[in-house]
Structures are given as structure tokens and as C-alpha cells.
Design a protein around this ligand. Structure first.
Ligand code: HDE
Length: 683
């Protein structure tokens, strides 16, 4: 069984390996394979003369360079990806005939691209935004793409409005400001005048939009899809990814600062975790509704602004994805990967969700312009692991050499092949849904409740989460210049919660709404990050360590932290060797010039004595900032006085170790697992 699993997993890797080129140690050639004797000087008429047209090498090199860029994605331009594998926990044949969801003995290779939505390719990772979470499963029946987001609902209900919402959230067209941010007039004008966005906006203003890590995000297919089993029976399904590390976020001030200090924060985080063998894992879950229950929910299941509360429709966990290999080449793999919700396999089908229907048109269309023609499926990262055969021919950059003359269907020369095959032989057959109706441009009456689930979300938040949402609204609307847009927005969110709207109104200088409010009292605990998984694994700890530290005890603590799967950086007055007692020395890899507190989850002050004033000043700032971001802080021995200087003794989440290092390590690691201490009093 192990062999079979590994075969599945390695198949995509082997396919990609064929295309890998290692230029190291090789003679330099042109693209025609001609070895060149010179690559630094263009061909000139005389040493100080003009460059000659006949310099084919110069022209080839520069022309290729001039064409190195392809258009960035219209949305989701900034992304980062990794390879992995998917394994199934239990046979899902009761619901679907998809083979990769039936056979628990195979591992399906996957490629996952995480992304922000709004910003350009060079924007920062930590901006407030939804995150894309797109997975390509290279199955034995062809590629299946689950093109998901980390937020389970969307701004709009119909695909025809996508260009409008995207125009509104992108930088304003006159001056291209602001970058990668929704804190501007056109976005909020769109929101207030398209109130179907209310639920999505609550998520965007929440901590979900500033994730701590790609590894700590949920993924949601958003739309209702269909699963079809061997008997042709259909079930409605929503897809979920659940991270094994829990769902965690940054705080807004931290996200802001990280955008400058480490714009690649999420990239670094994912890359390093995989390089260090701490492979991110996500479990796949299904929420299933029977066909006959389509109209028994409080909302329309075709409406992409609605969730199915997990307490009403439980998420059944069916398998696990592990990301275990970084890409070899960002452009070839991450930039050229082409996802499409219409890449399905037998057993997975669509519904009439008008947003999904819009997507089914858009993705191929966008690849045509971005990847330069209809043969993007031949790019190595996009190739299925099974062969493809049809009568499609030619086009830009065609790679296959299709032999033979017969390139049309219904031929006799090739026995009418390639031939469609029956569902029993693996042929895809669309679900025969009965459809009836008049041609009409309209929204179904069942799509008009825009606020109940926005309030459900608000009701489900912890006090800290509610505060963050209120602050985020105040920030975003506080940046809006139009008083009318501010007022319209506040009035709109009075329909979600009157007190929330009043607080924002006061802060942004508009009239507090007097009417509104919601009579929805229900909540869904699954929506709160307070109820997620809390484990310390893979958190980053900054260790402040100066010479003269207590050798054995500090070493003991560091061993415990590493043993708990934590990543450690040692910050000292200089990089390199730092000496402690008992002849123990530790290598520092950071200084306060290279490391900032926002890059860490916790601080351990192992020793901060006997240092210069500059270092002390930086240490005070570093520790204070970590404290203000609610992070756990620990100190032992020569680190304890630093707590007193920062007035942190006895504060929540501040752990002191005097004699018992074992107890200290346990308490500190537990504190790290808790992520943040929201009830901490900060003055
Ligand atoms: Fe996309 N979306 N989208 N989208 N989307 C694209 O395709 C589009 C929507 C999502 O890492 C584009 O290759 C329309 C929902 C992800 O490469 C484009 C509509 C969800 C990615 C496109 C939506 C998504 C995209 C741009 C409304 C969550 C990045 C580049 C009808 C379920 C995939 C590209 C990657 C990318 C169109 C709405 C997720 C333009 C028309 C809802 C994760 O085709």
C-alpha cells in the first residue's frame, strides 16, 4: 500500500522533473544551442563604435528580457504556492463517484496557491483582504481545481457584478491610490449601494482578513456544489479546509507595520515551514444537504452571501492535505498555474449559483490573455498526470506534435477516435438537473435578506473580536473622504447592529443612526477564532540574549522550546557567538537592526544585562511593542530586570522563571499556544 501511495504522490513530481533544467557548470549557449565565446560586450564596429545589427546574441538576449513579464492576474495577483499531497480518510462513494474521493489507498498530488485579492503582484502580504486558497488536485481522472477563499461568503450574488466590485476595491483610477487597501471612497460607496455585500464586509473587517499565516487559515469553496454518486444520486455540498494549526490572526497595528518591515511575511512563513520540515496540514471537510432539503433552509443555498452554520449542518472531515515541497521556480509554477472552478472530475458538478455560473466563464478567458493562448494546459504545472486526447490543434506555443491526419470528430479514418466514453468507462456526464423558467434578468426574492447572517457573524464574535471589527470599520471609514459615503455606510451597518453603527458614527464624525438594529439573536460558535485549535507548534520566538547569560539554564529552556517545534531566533548586540556561564556559548543570528518584534509570536528575555545603552533602548521598545500586540513574554535570570523596566511584572501572559526552568518552559510554551492575551490591560 505504501508503494501505491508514493507512486501517486510522485507522479506529478516526476512529470515536472522532465522539464527541469540545471544550468550550473554548463557552457553558455544561445537559445539555438550555439555556444558563445563572449557574453559581456555587444558586437561593435571598433572598440568605441556603434553596436551592430548582426549581433544576434545581443538581440536574442535583450528581446527575451523585454518579454519576461506576463500580465498579472486581474485579481489575486500576489500569491505564493507549494506542492503537496492529499490523502482520503474514508471512502466517499456514498456521495460521489470521484475516484480520488473513494480510494483511501492513493495519495493525490496537489498544488496550492495562496493569494491576496486586491493588491498588485508586488504588494505586501499582510494587508487587510480576503485570501485566495486555490488547490489543484492532479487526479487519475484529470485535474480537479477547488478554487477557494479563506472567507466563506462573497461580496456579490451574481457574476455580472464582479467587474464592478473589483473596480471599486482596486486603487482609484485617477491616481492609483491606495494600493492593496479597501480604505477609500469608491469601495465604501460600492458597499453602501450594494447591500448584498454586508455579510462579506463583516468578515473583511474581522481578524480573518489579517491572517497570521497561510498555514493558519480556513479555506471555503464558497458556492454550493453538487456531488454525484455512481447511481446518479446528487447531494449539495460545501467544501471546507480546516488548518491543523488552528485559525489565527495578526493584530491590525502589527499587520500594518509588517507590510513595511517584511512585505514577504506570509511567503517567508510558508517557505520556511516547509524547508524546516514542519509541513502545513489542512483537513478537507464536506457539509452535505440532501437534494430534497434544498428549500428547507432559512436561506437560499444558491446564494453565495450565505453560510451553512456548522451547528446546523456539521462539517464532515474526510481527508487531509499536506504541503511538503516548495516550488523550484516561482514563475514557471506559481505564476503560470491556471486554476478554473470548471476543472472538475466525474462525481463533482455545479449548481445554479449565479456567482459560480459567472466564474465558469471567466477563468479560461483570463488564462487566454494572461498565458498568451489556448495551450496553457500544456505548461508543465498545468498538465494533468493522465494523458489528454482530443481534436484541438495548433494555437500559440503548441507543444504536442499530434501525428496523423484525422483531427475532426466523426471520422472513419481513425475509427472515429478519439471517442467519447460512457460514464461507466469514466466519461464525464453533467447532472441532469431539471430546469424550467423564463429568460429573465432578475434576482430571486429568496436572495434579498442581506443582513441576518451579517448579524449572526457579529453575534458569534468574542469581545476582543468585536473590538477589532469596530476598530477596522473606524479605520476604513475614517479614511473615506466623502461624508455622504461615510453616512450611508454607517446607516447600512445599523441593520447589522445598532450599537456597532453608533460607535463607528461617533468615531468618524457622522450622525449616529437612530433606527435599525436586528432581531437576529442566534450565534454560531464555529465562527469565532476563540473556539479554534490552540497549539504552540511552529510559532516564532525571539530570544533576547546578551553575553554573560546563565549557560545551563538558558540552554535548557531553548532545548525545551525547540522540542516543542518552535522556531527560534537569537537576538544579541551582534551576530555570531555569545558567551554565557559554564563555558556555554550560543550563536546569535539577529540583532535589533535585522529583527523587529512584529515578526515574532513571543519573546523570551534570556539575558539583557551588561549591555550598551543603544541595545537597552532597542530592547525596551521591542518588548513593549510585543506586549502591546498581546504576545506572551517570558524572562529568566538576567532577563527579569528588563520586565521591571518595561513595568510588565505580574501582567497577563508575562511568565517569569526564577529557579524551576522546567516549570517556566512549560508555562511559557502553554502561553505561546494561547496565541494572544486579549484581556491584558495596556496603558
Ligand atoms: Fe475568482 N477569479 N472570480 N473568485 N479567484 C480569478 O482567475 C472571478 C471568486 C479565486 O491562485 C481570476 O486566474 C469572477 C470567488 C481565487 O491563481 C478571474 C468571480 C472565489 C483566485 C476570476 C470570482 C474566487 C481567483 C483572476 C465572480 C472564492 C486565484 C486570475 C463571479 C470561492 C487563483 C485568474 C490563483 C482568480 C474571476 C469570484 C477565488 C478573473 C468572475 C467567489 C482563489 O478569472
Amino acid at each position: 500500500m505504501t508503494d501505491k501511495r508514493n507512486q501517486g504522490q510522485n507522479k506529478k513530481q516526476k512529470q515536472l522533473d522532465v522539464f527541469k533544467v540545471n544550468d550550473k557548470g554548463k557552457a553558455l549557449t544561445t537559445n539555438q544551442g550555439l555556444k558563445m565565446s563572449e557574453d559581456e560586450f555587444s558586437l561593435k564596429a571598433g572598440e568605441r563604435g556603434p553596436t551592430l545589427m548582426e549581433d544576434f546574441h545581443f538581440r536574442e538576449k535583450v528581446t527575451h528580457f523585454d518579454h519576461e513579464r506576463i500580465p498579472e492576474r486581474v485579481v489575486h495577483a500576489r500569491g505564493f504556492a507549494a506542492h503537496g499531497e492529499f490523502e482520503l480518510y474514508e471512502d466517499m462513494s456514498q456521495y460521489t463517484r470521484a475516484k480520488f474521493l473513494q480510494d483511501t489507498s492513493t495519495k493525490t498530488p496537489v498544488f496550492v496557491r495562496f493569494s491576496t485579492v486586491n493588491g498588485a503582484r508586488g504588494s505586501a502580504d499582510t494587508v487587510r483582504d480576503a485570501r485566495g486558497f486555490a488547490t489543484k488536485f492532479y487526479t487519475e481522472e484529470g485535474n480537479y481545481d477547488l478554487v477557494a477563499n479563506n472567507i466563506p461568503v462573497f461580496f456579490i450574488q451574481d457574476g455580472i457584478k464582479f467587474p464592478d466590485v473589483v473596480h471599486a476595491f482596486k486603487p482609484e483610477p485617477d491616481n492609483d491610490i491606495p494600493q492593496a487597501s479597501t480604505a477609500h471612497d469608491t469601495f465604501w460607496d460600492f458597499v453602501a449601494n450594494n447591500q448584498e455585500s454586508a455579510h462579506m464586509i463583516m468578515w473583511i473587517m474581522s481578524d480573518r482578513a489579517i491572517p497570521r499565516s497561510f498555514r493558519m487559515m480556513e479555506g471555503f469553496g464558497v458556492h454550493t456544489f453538487r456531488l454525484i454518486n455512481e447511481e446518479g444520486q446528487a447531494h449539495f455540498v460545501k467544501f471546507h479546509w480546516k488548518p491543523k494549526l488552528g485559525v489565527h490572526s495578526l493584530v491590525w497595528d502589527e499587520a500594518h507595520k509588517l507590510a513595511g518591515i517584511d512585505p514577504d511575511f506570509h511567503r517567508n512563513d510558508l517557505w520556511n515551514a516547509i524547508e524546516n520540515g514542519q509541513y502545513p496540514e489542512f483537513e478537507l471537510g464536506f457539509q452535505i444537504i440532501k437534494e430534497e432539503d434544498e428549500f428547507n433552509m432559512e436561506f437560499d443555498i444558491l446564494d453565495a452571501t450565505k453560510i451553512w452554520p456548522e451547528e446546523v449542518v456539521p462539517v464532515k472531515i474526510i481527508g487531509k492535505m499536506t504541503l511538503n515541497r516548495n516550488v523550484d521556480n516561482f514563475f514557471s509554477e506559481t505564476e503560470q498555474v491556471a486554476f478554473h472552478p470548471g476543472h472538475v472530475v466525474p462525481g463533482i458538478d455545479f449548481t445554479n449559483d449565479p456567482l459560480l455560473q459567472g466564474r465558469l466563464f471567466s477563468y479560461i478567458d483570463t488564462q487566454l490573455i494572461r498565458l498568451g493562448g489556448p495551450n496553457f494546459h500544456e505548461i508543465p504545472i498545468n498538465r494533468p498526470v493522465v494523458p489528454f486526447h482530443n481534436n484541438q490543434r495548433d494555437g500559440y506555443h503548441r507543444q504536442t506534435i499530434n501525428v496523423g491526419k484525422d483531427n475532426y470528430h466523426r471520422n472513419s479514418l481513425a475509427g472515429n477516435t478519439p471517442a467519447p466514453v460512457s460514464p461507466a468507462e469514466g466519461g464525464y456526464e453533467h447532472y441532469q438537473e431539471k430546469v424550467e423558467g423564463r429568460k429573465i434578468r432578475a434576482r430571486s426574492e429568496s436572495f434579498t435578506d442581506h443582513f441576518s447572517q451579517a448579524t449572526l457573524f457579529w453575534n458569534s464574535m468574542s469581545p476582543a473580536e468585536k473590538k477589532h471589527i469596530t476598530d477596522a470599520f473606524s479605520f476604513e471609514l475614517g479614511k473615506v473622504k466623502s461624508k455622504s459615503v461615510k453616512q450611508q455606510s454607517v446607516d447600512m451597518f445599523a441593520n447589522v447592529d445598532l450599537e456597532l453603527a453608533k460607535t463607528i458614527a461617533k468615531r468618524i464624525g457622522v450622525n449616529p443612526p437612530t433606527s435599525g438594529g436586528s432581531n437576529v439573536t442566534a450565534s454560531s460558535p464555529a465562527l469565532s477564532q476563540q473556539n479554534t485549535i490552540f497549539i504552540p507548534d511552529t510559532r516564532r520566538v525571539a530570544v533576547i540574549l546578551t553575553k554573560g547569560f546563565h549557560g545551563p539554564e538558558v540552554k535548557y529552556v531553548l532545548d525545551q522550546l525547540e522540542g516543542a517545534n518552535l522556531f527560534i531566533d537569537i537576538i544579541s548586540e551582534h551576530q555570531g557567538k555569545v558567551s554565557g556561564s559554564n563555558g556555554i556559548s550560543i550563536d546569535a543570528n539577529q540583532t535589533f537592526q535585522t529583527a523587529k518584534s512584529v515578526q515574532y509570536d513571543a519573546v523570551y528575555i534570556a539575558n539583557a544585562s551588561q549591555t550598551n545603552r543603544e541595545f537597552n533602548k532597542d530592547a525596551v521598545y521591542f518588548i513593549d511593542e510585543a506586549f502591546r500586540h498581546y504576545k506572551p513574554i517570558g524572562a529568566t535570570h538576567g532577563g527579569i530586570p528588563a520586565l521591571t523596566i518595561n513595568k510588565l511584572d505580574g501582567k497577563q501572559g508575562v511568565i517569569i522563571g526564577k529557579d524551576n526552568m522546567r516549570k517556566f518552559s512549560d508555562e511559557f510554551i502553554n502561553a505561546i499556544a494561547l496565541h494572544r492575551f486579549w484581556d491584558r490591560k495596556i496603558v
